[in-house]
Design a protein around this ligand. Structure first.
Ligand code: ATP
Ligand code: MG
Length: 259
């Protein structure tokens, strides 16, 4: 069975892409077959996987518009032992163009259907908004992973996202689950972060991953080398946390002991 996880939060810069890339590479290091789908015109997950977004003739954009198949567009991350459906700025146009098309919310789901059996995990790196691309991700996904910083406004933003998830469940994808909430860029010395973290656990209980991702400069440096941090510097604290997260996700999804 393939587990498709949308990594999403409409708030910008919370660690969605860092999580998607390092989780993809971490799961691949555990011999899992992984496809990472870049749904952001910024193309950060593409670049962070070592793929030059400017050199691509076809991307997820053509796939969503039905001009290419996912099979022909996917590329192997040279740095990470996983496959990528890449994106670049072409995708910015898709938002508008999709609106005019039939089945606009189910385009991604349809495009992934034939590929899905080839993978254990499909990770969808969402853009920082609740737009048609994010809706496509929520329709294609089995579950949502929400990276978040433990800041004052974090919980407020979360309620918008939870409402969107509820609407998608009602209308388009009744089985959509919340896979988990991930605390990112965490600084344990920050009292506010501790308080927000405690509130999260109170509200969401076991949905909050045990693994916490610390603030770690190596995670921020890795993309400039075109490598996931778990590949670039496996020993650093940030990489160790993402490898622990991969282990936690394997256990949660019934893959037994992480490798
Ligand atoms: P966007 O909403 O723009 O897509 P995002 O949610 O995908 O952003 P990232 O791009 O993953 O967020 O992270 C935002 C910035 O923070 C990046 O510069 C990234 O390198 C850095 N960053 C992410 N996680 C960490 C961390 N744990 N420690 C230090 N820096 C981090
Ligand atoms: Mg991003």
């Amino acid at each position: 069975m393939t587990r498709t996880i949308a990594v999403t939060n409409q708030k910008g810069g919370v660690g969605k892409t860092t999580t998607s890339v390092n989780l993809a590479a971490g799961l691949a290091q555990s011999q899992k077959r992984v496809l990472l789908v870049d749904l952001d015109p910024q193309g950060n997950a593409t670049m962070g996987s070592g793929i030059d977004k400017r050199a691509l003739a076809v991307t997820i954009y053509q796939v969503l518009l039905g001009l290419s198949t996912a099979d022909t567009v996917r590329v192997r991350s040279p740095a990470g032992s996983y496959d990528v459906l890449p994106a670049n700025r072409d995708l910015a146009g898709a938002e508008v163009e999709l609106v005019a098309l039939e089945h606009r919310e189910t385009r991604l789901k349809g495009a992934l259907a034939t590929l899905a059996p080839q993978y254990d995990f499909i990770l969808l790196d969402c853009p920082p908004s609740l737009n048609m691309l994010t809706v496509n991700a929520l329709v294609a996904a089995d579950a949502v992973m929400i990276p978040m910083q433990c800041e004052y406004y974090a919980l407020e933003g979360l309620s918008d996202l939870v409402n969107t998830i509820r609407k998608v469940r009602q209308n388009l994808n009744p089985n959509l689950e919340i896979e988990g909430l991930l605390r990112t860029m965490f600084d344990p010395r920050n009292t506010l972060a501790q308080q927000v973290s405690a509130q999260l656990q109170e509200h969401f209980g076991e949905k909050v991953y045990t693994t916490v991702i610390p603030r770690n400069v190596r995670l921020a440096e890795a993309p400039s080398y075109g490598e996931p941090a778990v590949q670039f510097d496996r020993a650093c604290k940030g990489s160790q946390a993402y490898l622990a997260l991969a282990g936690e996700i394997l256990l949660r999804n019934g893959f037994g002991q992480a490798a």
